[in-house]
Design a protein around this ligand. Structure first.
Ligand SMILES: Nc1ncnc2c1ncn2[C@@H]1O[C@H](COP(=O)(O)OP(=O)(O)OP(=O)(O)O)[C@@H](O)[C@H]1O
Length: 614
């Protein structure tokens, strides 16, 4: 992901939106924090001022006509406020952070839900941005507000102390101010360098995380061990870390040199001031109270200026972080949705793909190059073809996750683009090749296929029976309430060895099928490799059930196991992005094309005595 450029206009917009988000998430907390920030800036100045008054009264150098005890009480109260304020502010800040996190997550989720297709989600650049937005989206508004309020506090402290110093000695006041300017300039340059470094490190961090996941995660564990990849990936991870540390070290050294120089400059100015103040006090021009206030004001101004510069840097960083979030939240819809969509009627005649051309982006090659296909209502159509032929892509177009670049898909003659995608999907059922095993209970894992079945034990069991997995699930330690995972343990479940279970690949596939069967009444059921993980007996059993269950309904079945598709009403071969053969099993065998060659090849695999085709 390229480093975002932050123009003044964009920064101002981000600041407005981020502060607006904070205000909406926690108006009371933010208002209270603003008051506390003002108080926190004014309190040290008040303490210094009161100290001077007390000392002046005690040494007989004037002061207000109030009892010295009252001044003492004022001093004690100011000191108590100074002691309590940081804790109060931390609590208010934490509450605000929590509220902002909830709001930011909700907005992010709403923005992603508005993307009805997969165009953006499957784009690696957008995906990268989305991950960054999820991790740091809440930090933008939180850091921006926190540091803006911190800056308010610093400005009040600087103004208060400078006022005191200028009243004491305009020369010393100006000297402190002038000495602070190089500090300010240098710190701002260092901030910019640190920001540039943070952006440079993003690349290293992502790769470091990638290798760390490979080394510690479950998905790659088998291959890492079997192929002995631990050292290989470990070295790559350390290379990334070294790269990251080299960049950090360079900037740390630059900062150390600059900070030491600035420290010396600040100490020099303060030293000159101390000598002048002591001399002035010795000659009676300044009181003991003046000396005390000077000694508090110089580090007060310098400290607050340093904090202010840090806060400005953090605000810049917060605005950059917010850029990822802002771009995701403002992403345009990825598919055009008609303003007045047509209602999706029940399928009567069939679905037609008319001269459909598709590629994932203009940079990618064509996947479909003029597909003409008719899926008749009430029939099972099987789609076969070699790896990468475009079968799953065609399914994505049918579900309208993407639109064809040329041509159209017609539902009883109506272009899918005239429907609301969500209304269309309610008429579809699908079991995808890359179905998702959810860290939920067995029952919930089926119910995600149709949430209206959540808690409806009869419906869930019936779907599981159709998929041939009811017995397996009933026999689990807690039946359908058993968690299908070993990772998501909660509270008392943590120590219960029966709380979660791991299913085999084939059992998971049946659960996914049951999910698809919950919507058995839909107009079109798509089954993309539904039996790849099943044993031969289970596969045969599944296809028999499917035929019974889907009789008279429209189905699209994708499978590499040609024995499973031979009973389909229509078999279509996809090759080179086009339909190259169509017909039923007998017709395609007689045509002696690709289907016949692949079928005979597979059959030969089962019957050694059959001669393999050449
Ligand atoms: N999100 C994507 N972005 C870019 N290219 C993609 C994407 N998904 C698939 N492809 C490419 O599209 C082509 C068709 O892939 P598809 O998954 O549709 O094939 P398939 O026929 O289902 O293959 P298989 O039998 O291996 O499942 C492949 O070359 C693949 O690399």
């Amino acid at each position: 992901m390229t480093a975002p450029r932050l123009t003044a206009r964009r920064a101002a917009r981000h600041a407005r939106v981020a502060l607006g988000l904070t205000w909406r998430a926690a108006p009371v907390g933010t208002g209270v924090d603003l008051l506390l920030a003002v108080l926190a800036g004014a309190t040290p100045v008040a303490v210094a001022g009161l100290t001077k008054l007390v000392l002046d009264r005690l040494t007989g150098r004037g002061g207000p006509a109030v009892p010295v005890a009252a001044l003492g009480v004022g001093l004690a109260v100011a000191a108590a406020v100074a002691a309590v304020l940081p804790h109060l502010r931390r609590y208010v800040e934490d509450e605000r952070r929590r509220a902002v996190t909830r709001l930011v997550r909700r907005r992010l989720h709403e923005a992603v839900s508005r993307l009805v297709g997969l165009v953006r989600l499957e784009d690696p650049l957008f995906q990268d941005r989305l991950q960054a937005a999820q991790q740091t989206g809440h930090l933008g508004p939180t850091q921006l507000t926190g540091n803006t309020l911190g800056a308010v506090q610093s400005v009040i402290a600087i103004a208060g102390f400078l006022g005191v110093l200028l009243a004491l000695s305009p020369v010393i006041g100006l000297l402190v101010l002038v000495a602070a300017l190089p500090t300010l300039g240098m710190q701002l340059r260092l901030n910019r360098a640190r920001m540039a470094m943070v952006l440079r490190l993003e690349h290293f961090q992502r790769r470091d995380l990638f290798f760390a996941h490979l080394l510690t995660g479950v998905p790659a564990a088998k291959e890492v061990r079997l192929f002995g990849l631990g050292r290989f990936f470990g070295d790559r991870m350390l290379d990334e870390l070294h790269g990251m540390h080299r960049v950090e070290r360079g900037l740390d050294r630059r900062e150390m040199r600059a900070q030491a120089l600035l420290g010396l400059l600040g100490a020099g100015v303060a030293g000159v001031g101390v000598v002048w103040t002591v001399n002035a006090a010795a000659s009676g021009r300044l009181s003991l109270g003046d000396v005390a206030v000077y000694l508090a004001a110089v580090p007060g101004v310098q400290g607050a200026l340093g904090a202010l510069v840090g806060q400005v840097g953090a605000i810049h960083q917060a605005l950059l972080l917010f850029d990822h979030y802002d771009q995701v939240v403002r992403a345009e819809p990825d598919l055009p949705v008609p303003a007045a969509p047509r209602p999706v009627p029940p399928l009567r005649r069939g679905i037609e793909l008319r001269d459909v051309w598709f590629r994932y982006s203009p940079e990618h090659p064509w996947v479909l190059r003029g597909v003409d296909l008719w899926l008749p209502h009430g029939a099972t159509t099987a789609l076969v073809g070699l790896n990468g032929a475009g079968k799953s892509t065609l399914v994505k177009l049918l579900c309208r996750f993407y639109d064809p670049e040329r041509g159209a898909i017609l539902w009883d003659g109506v272009d899918l683009r005239e429907f609301d995608p969500q209304a269309l999907r309610e008429r579809l059922g699908a079991v995808f090749q890359d179905f998702v095993p959810y860290d939920l209970t067995a029952g919930e894992n089926i119910a995600v296929g149709d949430l209206s079945a959540l808690g409806d034990a009869d419906r869930l069991r019936q779907a599981a029976r159709h998929a041939g997995v009811d017995d397996t699930l009933t026999a689990l330690p807690r039946g359908y309430d058993t968690l299908l995972t070993r990772v998501f343990f909660d509270g008392p479940d943590r120590d219960d060895p029966q709380a979660g279970v791991v299913l085999s690949g084939g059992q998971w596939q049946r659960v996914a099928l049951a999910r698809g069967f919950l919507r058995a009444e839909v107009d079109l059921l798509v089954l993309d490799e539904p039996s790849s993980g099943l044993d031969a007996e289970a596969e045969h059993d599944l296809h028999t059930r499917l035929r019974r269950l889907r009789r008279g309904r429209t189905s699209l079945l994708i499978s590499h196991r040609l024995n499973a598709v031979r009973e389909a009403d229509l078999i279509v071969v996809l090759a080179d992005g086009r339909v190259t053969e169509r017909g039923d099993h007998q017709q395609l065998l007689a045509a002696a094309g690709d289907y016949a060659r692949l079928f005979t090849l597979q059959a030969h695999g089962y019957r050694e005595d059959t001669p393999a085709p050449v």
